[in-house]
Ligand binder design. Structure first.
Ligand SMILES: [Zn+2]
Length: 272
């Protein structure tokens, strides 16, 4: 394992000074990224094209940093955007940190209640508003900017870096699980830490380290009583009504899911 070491004296000051000096450029790039309507939810060819453009732009940006970049395609009727795998550095003496992020967004129209155009990054009272500004284009760019700052200052990065950037997160991360399984023994084999910055700050000044999320589990429940219909008058009370059983089962789902392994109920335990 790698033991944490403090950065060389003065390095962080230099890095922060560089970031302050280049803030406008960073915001300008975010503005360009927000302007791309990379909506993965609505299955429209125009939006899918926009999503492809977004992924290509991010891949180019990573290539400019000197990263080796793979974009892994996935053929479907409405094409699925590639997932970007990029790596910078492979020094065995350094830990390898893998950053995950996504560049697609949920649909947004001004009529939904936006006070500004969702695809035009707009500053209001020192805050930047735009679809995807925080979820998740801004955080992806923040990592890229951090790496490019080290590069520009010609400072050695303290870690090897990998990026996994997808474009279908808002539509259920189509293709990601398959890719992770496929790349388990190659791209991901040297990863020591994964950082997911698809999250929130507690306040404008208080960042948060999220060390666990709940995720979702999908399954189907079917409750059956008998194979044939029975007259309620005579049989009611003797036979349980499946609907009532189902409601009771779902009504207890917190207890059920917290304490009973799904497998023991005969339910598939796969989760994401
Ligand atoms: Zn997100």
């Amino acid at each position: 394992m790698f033991s944490p070491s403090s950065p060389p004296a003065g390095l962080l000051e230099k890095v922060f000074q560089y970031i302050d000096l280049h803030q406008n450029e960073f915001v300008q790039t975010l503005k360009e990224w927000v302007a791309m309507e990379s909506d993965s939810v609505q299955p429209l060819p125009r939006l899918r094209q926009e999503l492809f453009r977004m992924m290509a732009l991010a891949a180019d940006k990573l290539r400019c940093l000197g990263a080796s970049v793979d974009s892994l395609p996935n053929g479907q009727t409405l094409p699925i955007p590639p997932i970007i795998l990029a790596e910078l550095g492979n020094d065995p003496k350094k830990p390898t940190v893998c950053f995950y992020g996504h560049l697609d967004v949920q649909p947004a129209r001004q009529e939904d209640g936006w006070l500004t155009d969702p695809y035009t990054l707009t500053e209001v009272d020192g805050k930047l508003y735009g679809r995807g500004a925080t979820d998740n284009k801004g955080p992806v760019l923040a990592w890229i900017n951090a790496v490019s700052t080290f590069r520009s200052l010609e400072e050695d990065l303290p870690v090897n870096i990998k990026f996994v950037i997808e474009g279908m997160e808002e539509a259920g991360s189509v293709g990601l699980e398959e890719l992770v399984r496929k790349e388990k023994d190659r791209f991901f084999s040297s990863v020591d830490y994964i950082v997911i910055s698809d999250n929130l700050w507690l306040s404008q000044r208080k960042p948060a380290l999220t060390y666990g999320t709940r995720g979702n589990s999908y399954f189907t429940v079917e409750v059956k009583c008998r194979d044939q219909d029975f007259h309620s008058g005579t049989f009611g009370g003797i036979l349980n009504e499946p609907m009532a059983d189902l409601v009771a089962l779902l009504g207890n789902n917190t207890i059920l899911f917290d304490s009973v392994p799904l497998a023991s109920l005969g339910l598939p335990a796969s989760s994401e």
